[in-house]
Design a protein around this ligand. Structure first.
Ligand SMILES: NC(=O)c1ccc[n+]([C@@H]2O[C@H](COP(=O)([O-])OP(=O)(O)OC[C@H]3O[C@@H](n4cnc5c(N)ncnc54)[C@H](O)[C@@H]3O)[C@@H](O)[C@H]2O)c1
Length: 256
């Protein structure tokens, strides 16, 4: 896959999955706007990527759920690089909480970042891509919990299922402009955040058919495929990357 002459925006990319996507994109020739809400993480990530990629990565710190900032990212792509070909709405927050006591504040925050930020980034990017007239690719970051229930994640899971439906709906609006829209749904993935959880790697290795959680490279490789020229005819789809976890059903002890 070659991304020479492509310009991409990736949100929530100061670390974890988004960072790896930016690193691989820059390595394969793309010019990348790397966003994170944390300015230190954003600038550190930019430095790391540019060490070996000729300054092709540009950090933009800010909140990817804010409309003004979303438009600023698109404007920056145009003023710096003259075009926008790819957007990956990767930023997402996981606010666990018991359903009976889940607050309106937590609910609204999860909706704003995971869903609102993705929806309006897609809208701003699609307007620009339509005007350019050369097509484009939009990718949303879903999750296996958009497919299967996990305790204390109702609000988060709703946003991920909704992103997959959003991708399908946008097939109607964006196919005439040759813009494809897909989602990646990662299972448990080793990132800076998840490895802070106690025993994360062992616990998920035990229940994943492939015997380990995903690495960020597993998810980034899938993302790059879906935004590549090789996937131009794939749209409205979600690709689950979970080592087989969602293929399993709960089993009674005797049948395990
Ligand atoms: N790690 C996993 O196991 C896993 C599994 C399934 C889905 N996902 C999804 O993949 C995506 C990336 O996950 P991750 O674990 O790599 O991320 P993460 O939790 O490590 O966060 C990545 C970055 O996003 C930034 N961020 C948070 N809110 C932001 C905002 N409003 N604007 C801009 N940046 C913001 C954070 O500062 C952080 O550096 C998320 O959408 C997540 O829901 C992750």
């Amino acid at each position: 896959m070659n991304f020479k002459n492509k310009v991409a925006i990736v949100t929530g990319a100061g670390q974890g999955i988004g960072f790896e996507i930016c690193r691989m994109l820059a390595q394969k020739g793309a010019k990348v706007i790397l966003n994170d809400i944390d300015p230190d993480l954003a600038s550190k990530a930019e430095g790391l990527i540019n060490e070996s990629n000729n300054g092709r990565c540009r950090a933009m710190a800010g909140d990817s759920s804010e409309l003004v900032f979303i438009n600023k990212m698109v404007d920056e792509a145009i003023s710096q690089y003259g075009q926008l070909d790819i957007v990956i709405a990767n930023a997402g927050i996981t606010l666990y909480g018991d359903f009976f006591t889940y607050t309106k504040e937590a609910f609204s925050k999860v909706m704003d970042v995971n869903l609102g930020g993705s929806f309006f980034l897609a809208q701003a990017a699609a307007k620009q891509m339509k005007q350019q007239g050369k097509g484009g690719s939009i990718l949303f970051m879903s999750s296996v919990v958009g497919h299967q229930a996990l305790k204390s994640l109702a609000a988060y899971a709703m946003t991920k299922a909704a992103l997959e439906m959003l991708a399908k709906n946008l097939v109607i609006e964006l196919s005439p402009y040759k813009i494809n829209v897909n989602t990646v749904a990662p299972g448990a993935t080793l990132t800076e955040r998840t490895t802070e959880e106690l025993d994360y790697e062992r616990v998920w290795s035990d229940i994943t058919p492939m015997g380990r959680p995903a690495y960020v490279t597993d998810i980034a490789n899938t993302a790059l495929f879906l935004i590549s020229d090789q996937a131009r005819h794939i749209t409205g789809q979600s690709l689950i990357v979970d080592g087989g976890w969602t293929s399993l059903s709960a089993l009674p002890d005797g049948l395990k």
